[in-house]
Design a protein around this ligand. Structure first.
Ligand code: FAD
Length: 489
């Protein structure tokens, strides 16, 4: 077995991994990035749309795995969307070079400053809001839909109806920025370019239009010539050596998920950016199998970012329905965060079924009053999480739906979810390796000199809005300081 010796390894190519790669490569460091998913850009394989999921749509599954309406059987393939199933919660994850940026809705939301301060009392909020958040938004190519286009475009009827109904029920709404290129979208509306957002593409990847990380941070990092990305490389265990370097056992797989080579990598500096669940699995599994040192905070302070899906059926009578044609890119939200009794933010989500199903879908984001924790036993992760953790979220969803139905008609979305509530649907797992608790102030893992955690696991379970802008900004902040401290010399 060949040992591959490299100075710096990054595990994972999502937001944390992509930001750290760029900042290291710009400074002239040679970096190897290991990603278990496929390099979609290189593979030239097309992504599927929602209505016809092909084999690229799911990570080694025999069935597609959208949150609802899965009737498609598949041949197992290293597809772009994965789902991890736990007893009371299912967690969706992006797989491939670009991580979650390949499958997410592109909603690029900066948290409210007051909530950011509450969650990260030790961080310099002024510096974040004047520098790291603007930097993250610029690099991610965040933009906002043109208001006139939104008002005129038939594909945004669901947003107009959603906002109108929310106002009638006495709620405030907000415009939500996105990384989908809205100039491209206007062209796709005029049929000048191939359609993506208007062709039901999103959760299984966008063939066009979306500025995912492979088009932003990772592209810039590759352009320096200092980054090499090895896709279909899944890290199994990490070992800390006596000289404080690391040895990684890695399986190279084919697109059917079969191991084609067992490899051993050896590095001086290691960045764990495998996403909240991936990073926790690597730390806890490595601890269980080869005494990898961890600290008591690892696995603690985990949350679902208050994710709670809900919806309303039969919205047709007063509004005329949500539209047969729907863009997959959300641009509106209900902002009820400042209500002390029912603080939440609700994304007005599309449901592009190819016909008007007169159903309104919402992904609510709530506070997480009771955190969960992640542990490892019998060779797998378990999450201490049940209905008690989502009790207040359910109350908020119930309050929201009742108020909306009272003002506008409609029923709770029993057709989409059991009882109308999708409490178990999680797109935003956060925490478990919290900044300043499990790590030092800049992501260096406690008890380690050369290992850094830079991804969603740094955020203590909640940030009040969709998280990738925050993950990006926090990684920028950590890298800025780690580089100043010469950690990668
Ligand atoms: P990730 O982006 O998850 O990247 C981790 C990478 O590491 C993955 O590519 C994974 O394959 C790889 N990896 C894991 N383990 C290993 C291993 N052992 N070996 C090698 N590689 C490994 N957020 C928003 O802000 N706005 C949205 O609109 C939004 N919509 C979403 C919609 C969906 C369907 C989903 C699933 C998520 C959405 N999110 C959204 C959440 C957002 O995508 C995630 O919070 C974000 O991607 C997390 O970034 P990260 O850097 O922590 O890790």
């Amino acid at each position: 077995q060949k040992e591959i010796d490299v100075p710096i390894i990054i595990i994972g190519s999502g937001y944390g991994g992509a930001v750290s790669a760029l900042r290291l490569c710009e400074a002239g460091k040679k970096v190897i990035m290991l990603e278990m998913g496929l390099n979609w850009g290189k593979s030239n394989l097309p992504y599927s749309n929602l209505l016809k999921p092909g084999q690229s749509s799911a990570w080694l599954k025999t069935k597609s795995i959208a949150p609802f309406l899965n009737i498609f059987s598949l041949k197992p393939f290293t597809g772009v969307l994965d789902r991890l199933d736990f007893e009371h919660i299912n967690i969706w994850i992006g797989r491939g070079v670009g991580g979650g940026s390949l499958v997410n809705g592109g909603m690029a939301v900066t948290p409210k400053e007051s909530y950011f301060k509450e969650i990260f009392p030790d961080l310099d909020a002024q510096k974040f809001y004047s520098f790291y958040f603007p930097l993250a938004r610029k690099e991610l190519k965040v933009n906002v839909i043109d208001e006139q286009f939104l008002q005129d475009c038939p594909f945004y009827k669901f947003t107009r109806v959603g906002e109108g109904e929310a106002h009638k029920a006495g709620f405030k709404t907000m415009r939500v920025p996105n990384v989908y290129d809205f100039d491209y979208m206007e062209k796709e509306y005029k049929n000048e370019v191939p359609r993506s957002a208007f062709n039901t593409e999103v959760i299984y990847g966008n063939n066009h239009g979306k500025n995912s990380l492979d088009k932003t941070y990772l592209k810039k990092a590759l352009d320096t010539g200092n980054l090499e990305i090895l896709d279909l490389h899944s890290v199994d265990t990490i070992k800390l050596n006596d000289d404080k370097t690391y040895t990684l056992n890695v399986q190279q797989i084919d697109t059917a998920g079969k191991t084609v080579a067992d490899k051993v990598f050896h590095c001086k500096k290691l960045i764990l950016a495998a996403g909240t669940m991936g990073t926790l699995k690597l730390l806890l599994h490595s601890n269980a199998v080869n005494n990898f040192p961890i600290n008591e905070s690892i696995g603690k302070n985990w949350g679902n970012n208050g994710n709670f899906m809900t919806g309303r059926n039969w919205v047709k009578p007063l509004s005329g329905g949500t539209g047969a044609k729907q863009s997959t890119i959300p641009v509106g939200g209900v902002d009820n965060w400042d209500d002390p009794d029912h603080p939440f933010f609700a994304e007005i989500a599309p449901l592009p079924m190819g016909m008007d199903v007169a159903t309104a879908l919402y992904l609510q984001i709530n506070r997480v009053d009771k955190k969960g924790s992640v542990s490892y036993s019998n060779n797998q992760l378990t999450i201490d999480w049940d209905e008690s953790n989502t009790k207040k979220m359910r109350e908020n969803a119930d309050y929201f739906i009742k108020k909306m139905n009272k003002a506008n008609g409609g029923t709770r979305a029993h057709l989409l979810f059991n009882n109308g509530f999708g409490a178990n649907i999680c797109y935003h797992p956060l925490g478990g390796c919290v900044l300043g608790e499990a790590t030092n102030a800049f992501g260096k893992l406690k008890n380690h000199d050369n290992l850094f955690v830079l991804d969603g696991s740094l955020i203590p379970g909640t940030i009040g809005v969709n998280p990738f802008v925050t993950i990006t900004a926090i990684t920028e902040y950590c890298m800025d300081n780690l580089m100043k401290q010469n950690e990668f010399a």
